[in-house]
Design a protein around this ligand. Structure first.
Ligand code: URA
Length: 208
């Protein structure tokens, strides 16, 4: 399985707070961004760096910088926006490609209503962000759009993943690694992750 459950103590602590039924919008929002930043740290461990020399306080000093491929962050609307600032806090110059998907109530599949990708996506690592990997339908649709546009290095960052969603993404796109704060138990009949976080979009935006 191409999934990494990041069991860092900070992530476990923050996710525990997010699972409280009575959490405020403010706290949920803050924690979602913080966990997103921690997942970003893990998902970018293998970024290439190159050395160069700068004029330091005591003379020349060799330092490093990111080299080669750059990054595009891909929030899936709307809940993915709740992780965007957290990712950008670590990668402030990343470009953002936005995907809007809505569930078609007849086909029950994801219909695309917005696809605004960076032009040079074939030269960038794409970090898809969506808090909840439930059935995997939106994630698979997004990966397919990105691949069609030329993206080759795609990674998915999700706060919580259901085994069903991981299985579906892995089956269709085994090359895409899923980074998650938790692999939860299962989906319920309504498609919610158990124990999950409830409706992440509503919690981030304060709607319901
Ligand atoms: N989307 C959510 O917001 N929560 C779930 O549990 C599943 C999908």
């Amino acid at each position: 399985m191409n999934v990494q459950e990041i069991r860092h103590p900070l992530i476990r602590h923050k996710l525990g707070l997010m699972r409280r039924a009575e959490i405020s919008t403010k706290n949920f929002r803050e924690l979602a961004q913080e966990v997103a930043a921690l997942l970003t740290y893990e998902a970018t461990q293998d970024l290439a760096v190159e050395s160069y020399t700068i004029d330091g306080w005591c003379g020349d000093v060799e330092v490093e910088k990111l080299s080669g491929k750059k990054i595009t962050v891909v929030p899936i609307l709307r809940a993915g926006l709740g992780m965007l600032d957290g990712v950008l806090s670590l990668i402030p110059s990343a470009k953002v490609s936005v995907i809007g998907l809505a569930r078609n109530e007849e086909t029950l599949e994801a219909d695309t209503y917005l696809e605004k990708l960076v032009g040079d996506i074939n030269q960038r690592m794409a970090l898809i962000i969506d808090p909840m990997l439930a059935t995997g339908g939106s994630m698979v649709a997004t990966i397919e759009m990105l691949k069609k546009a030329g993206a080759r290095d795609i990674r998915a960052l999700v706060l919580v993943a259901a085994p069903e969603g991981i299985e579906r993404v892995n089956r269709s796109h085994p090359d895409v690694c899923i980074y998650t704060a938790s692999v939860d138990q299962r989906l319920n009949e309504q498609g919610y992750i158990i124990p999950g976080l409830g409706d992440a979009g509503d919690k981030i935006f304060g709607t319901k």
